[in-house]
Design a protein around this ligand. Structure first.
Ligand code: GUN
Ligand code: ZN
Length: 438
């Protein structure tokens, strides 16, 4: 069979390191540049003048696609999002615990119906791709049907996705409650069925400490022991009332993270959403176990949860990715999410560059998901998921962008002003899967 060879021409930008460790060596920018892809895998990225003539002299098989003056970045990575909450973004007026009971739980009940879950999965994945998000770590619901529907739809679209069945056996409505044994059995069946199938991976998904008994958390730990390369995905230290509640429910634990530690849930491939109000001990424990944080700025502002301290994570060298946390988050766009992350840092007198914002949305996310070398940048061997950005997407951007001079000014304007309208085209494994309507 012949190999599908493609050359994408444009302004190629990716990250090879965290800008906090040295901004100038953290990114690569090739303008005008090329991205060379064979059978969905990146072969090389570089300046057009260095690569294209030699490539064409060697072979005439390359299909050339030109996006002159358009930025081409790796597909963005959402490290924390809830599939079932797609239909209830923007529910008014509550903080975390009442928001969950008033809005989130009632919506999640609908996902016992696999057909319904499939319909919402389609809408959800369409929305991710429209926003330039090509991979995500996803909460489904307590129903195995929701996971089957989500994975089937992701598989049909050849997407790299990580997801899991919510485990919760207390402090939730009866019809959303499982029990330690059934949650273990159902999760195991789903792992056997889906984990490492095509581009799919499984995440053991206890909702958060208040909705699991210690017995259920132990079962989560057992799953992680039996399947060492599956993910663990939960919430941590988001809201003051939640933290007080965890203290009451688990009086023996050292602190909130200690609850998860006691069950063996803090490890590489463990991703904790929010992690806003952590002690130094908790930060150190995350760092030395190579666990990751999904920072969810739009959600933290919407629910009034608090200000995430990025500088502290940089100091402790903790992997951080960005999460939209839809439906407490208010946008599917990781550009918008980066913009809100910037403002949260501003409120704490910490300057977050556009380089850092785009790093968090791409390589930072890949690192948080232990997928560096697979997605997140354009180094040889990476899967060719990428996005063509249009920074003239609206009449106002068309006016504003010519007033930028440096690369950073251009990226910062896109980060602060951009959204789904700036996503001109999204590619999965080298193939176009979304083109914006003009
Ligand atoms: N903590 C436990 N469940 C949830 C949820 O669905 N959303 C958010 N933001 N926090 C949670
Ligand atoms: Zn969440």
């Amino acid at each position: 069979m012949s190999v599908l060879k493609t050359v994408i021409c444009g302004d190629i930008l990716d990250f090879v390191e965290d800008p906090a460790k040295g901004q100038d060596t953290s990114y690569r920018y090739f303008s005008p540049g090329v991205l060379v892809i064979e059978d969905g895998i990146v072969q090389q990225a570089g300046l057009e003048a260095d690569i294209l003539p030699a490539l064409l002299a060697e072979s005439s098989d390359y299909q050339i696609q030109r996006y002159d003056n358009k930025l081409i970045i790796p597909g963005m990575i959402d490290t924390h999002v809830h599939l079932p909450q797609t239909e209830m973004i923007g529910a008014y007026g509550e903080q975390l615990l009442t928001w969950l009971t008033e809005y989130a739980f009632p919506t999640e009940k609908k996902f016992s119906d696999e057909d319904y879950a499939r319909e919402i999965s389609k809408r959800f994945l369409d929305e991710l791709l429209r926003n330039g998000t090509t991979s995500a770590l996803v909460f489904c619901t307590v129903h195995p049907e929701s996971v089957n529907a989500f994975f089937k739809e992701s598989q049909a679209r050849r997407l790299r996705m990580i997801a899991g069945k919510v485990m919760m056996d207390r402090n939730c409505p009866e019809d959303l409650s499982d029990c330690p044994e059934t949650s273990y059995d159902d999760s195991r069946t789903l792992i056997e069925k889906w984990h490492n199938v095509d581009r799919l991976s499984y995440a053991v998904t206890p909702r958060f400490a208040p909705t699991s008994t210690p017995e259920q958390l132990q079962k989560c730990g057992k799953l992680l022991e039996e399947y060492p390369d599956v993910y663990m995905h939960t919430h941590l230290s988001e809201n003051g009332d939640e933290i007080d509640w965890v203290k009451q429910l688990f009086p023996e634990a050292k602190d909130y993270l200690g609850v998860y530690e006691d069950a063996g849930l803090v490890k590489k491939r463990s991703v904790f959403a929010h992690a806003i109000h952590l002690s130094d001990r908790e930060m150190e424990t995350l760092a030395c176990n190579h666990a990751s944080i999904a920072h969810c700025p739009t959600s933290n502002l919407f629910l009034g949860s608090g200000l995430f301290n990025l500088a502290r994570c940089e100091k402790h060298d903790i992997n951080v990715g960005l999460g939209t946390d839809v439906g407490a988050g208010t946008s599917f766009s990781l550009l918008q999410t980066s913009s809100e992350a910037y403002k949260i840092q501003q409120l704490q007198k910490h300057k977050m560059s556009a380089f850092k914002g785009l790093y968090l949305a791409t390589l930072g996310g890949a690192r948080a998901l232990d997928l560096e070398g697979t997605i997140g940048n354009f180094l040889p061997g990476c899967e060719a998921d990428f996005v063509v950005l249009d920074d003239h997407a609206t009449p106002f951007l068309k006016f504003r962008l010519p007033h930028t001079e440096t690369l950073h000014e251009r990226l910062f304007a896109i980060m602060i002003l951009g959204d789904d309208r700036c996503i001109q085209e999204t590619f999965i494994m080298g193939e176009s899967v979304h083109k914006r309507d003009l």
